[in-house]
Design a protein around this ligand. Structure first.
Ligand code: AMP
Ligand code: MG
Length: 418
């Protein structure tokens, strides 16, 4: 009786807005300490320090054409009518220091990418040459520097390569490899331990007895974690036993940068996450003025962020989008934490609970200059298929009870429009 009274009281007094709750979470999240990771692992991660080129890139001058390395001054007057004849004194090969030098009246045969021999200052492409025995007839002039890739043309030694805060994509990996930076300092991908709480749960490989439920949340979370660039660690189903939950959580400590559990955070006496961690003061439980996803737990277990999500499948998805995704992006050192939002015209009424933000599952498409959004089904937090049909969450703000067809709403796009 008294418990119920306390909760009714909390509900009125202690409801946080979505923004307050998100701020409360994000203010307690810090970027993961940088690690020097091999380039393949650093892909997609955020660079933690400015990187500078140690030397010139490229660090030797090379030919941009197959042809002959010459002295520009000697071929200045060359033409088919009055070719300049030079003696071929050697060959410049790719990957080797040229042995020959180009002196007066001399030329060195050169391949694309081969270093420029000493004495030469221009390349004559093979099309403008006629080889006769050990001599070459140059049929066109080639000014100084022509077809030569100079040192430092791409980046000069001491110049910035990639700035801190930049996410390493394909071009950055190539650039760092060129610069000889094989282990750049980056914010690593968080390893996130995923737990499903509930005596009723069975793995999807098992046929549920009457009343049992397949654990879907672990898989929703697995996909969401992968998509945001985190590394899921699947810890499986945990019974509604606080001792068992504590043990599983602590057993995974060495593999965890963060935890996400689903279920067991609402007001029932069997709410296992609360029972396991509330009294220790590690995890705080609060109610957010949102639907779905009202009860949330958040705190730190041995310094690792712990997200205690409600059990309903849609609540899990929405809570991940609203709280966990931005938090993980912050851990990864990213600056843009939020999904893109667009404004769309509703194609049907969407009703929201009084005083709460409603995240309504919608499918958005382009329509002329704007966007239209169609609800994909009912409001129930158990209806995961409504998420599967959607590409966005329409945000119906707390004051709005019914957003009528034809009105405009903000939509968080969680995947591209088709
Ligand atoms: P709870 O928050 O633990 O009271 O769970 C709320 C509802 O979500 C109940 O109907 C649970 O059976 C369901 N549920 C909890 N965890 C899962 C899960 N991992 N997969 C699917 N449904 C779940
Ligand atoms: Mg439960």
């Amino acid at each position: 009786m008294s418990t119920q009274h306390v909760h009714a009281h909390e509900r009125r007094e202690g409801l946080l807005s979505v923004e307050e709750a998100r701020e409360r979470v994000l203010s307690q999240i810090a970027p993961l300490a940088p690690l020097q990771l091999p380039l393949q692992e650093a892909h997609g991660c955020v660079l933690a320090e400015d990187l500078v080129a140690e030397g010139d890139i490229p660090d030797f001058a090379s030919s941009a054409m197959d042809g002959f390395a010459v002295r520009a001054s000697e071929v200045a007057g060359a033409s088919p009518a009055s070719p300049v004849e030079l003696r071929i004194v050697g060959r410049a090969l790719i990957g080797h220091r040229p042995e020959s030098t180009v002196g007066g009246g001399e030329a060195v045969r050169i391949a694309t990418g081969a270093p420029i021999p000493a004495g030469a200052d221009a390349i004559v492409p093979i099309e403008d040459c006629e080889v006769v025995g050990d001599r070459v007839r140059i049929l066109a002039p080639s000014p100084e520097g022509k077809h030569i890739r100079p040192t430092g043309e791409d980046v000069r030694g001491g110049e910035p390569l990639v700035r801190a805060g930049r996410r390493l994509g394909a071009p950055e990996l190539g650039l760092l490899a060129t610069a000889g930076i094989s282990h750049p300092p980056v914010h690593p991908r968080p390893r996130v331990v995923v737990l499903s709480t509930g005596d009723e749960l069975v793995p999807p490989t098992q046929r549920p007895e009457y009343g049992q439920v397949r654990d879907s949340n672990a898989y929703t979370l697995f996909g969401a974690l992968r998509e945001v660039g985190a590394v899921p660690v699947m810890a499986g189903i945990v019974r509604d036993d606080p001792e068992a939950l504590r043990e599983t959580v602590l057993n995974h400590l060495v593999q965890a940068d963060a935890y996400v559990s689903s279920g067991g955070v609402s007001v029932g006496e069997r709410d296992v996450v609360k029972a396991a961690f509330f009294r220790r003061g590690d995890v705080e439980f609060f109610k957010v003025a949102m639907q779905p996803g009202m009860p949330q737990g958040f705190g730190h277990i041995e310094g690792k962020p712990y997200f205690g999500l409600p059990g309903n499948p849609v609540s899990v998805f929405v809570s991940f989008e609203v709280f966990i995704r931005p938090a993980l992006l912050k851990m990864m050192g990213r600056r843009n934490l939020f999904r893109p939002q667009i404004t769309a015209r509703l194609e049907a009424d969407v009703s929201g609970p009084v005083g709460k933000t409603q995240f309504a599952r919608v499918i958005v498409r382009r329509d002329g200059d704007g966007y239209v959004a169609k609800p994909t089904g009912g409001r129930g937090s158990n209806l995961i298929a409504t998420v599967s049909r959607a590409n966005g969450l329409a945000i119906v703000p707390p004051g709005v009870e019914i957003a009528p067809a034809g009105s405009e709403v903000d939509v968080m796009l969680f995947r591209p429009m088709e």
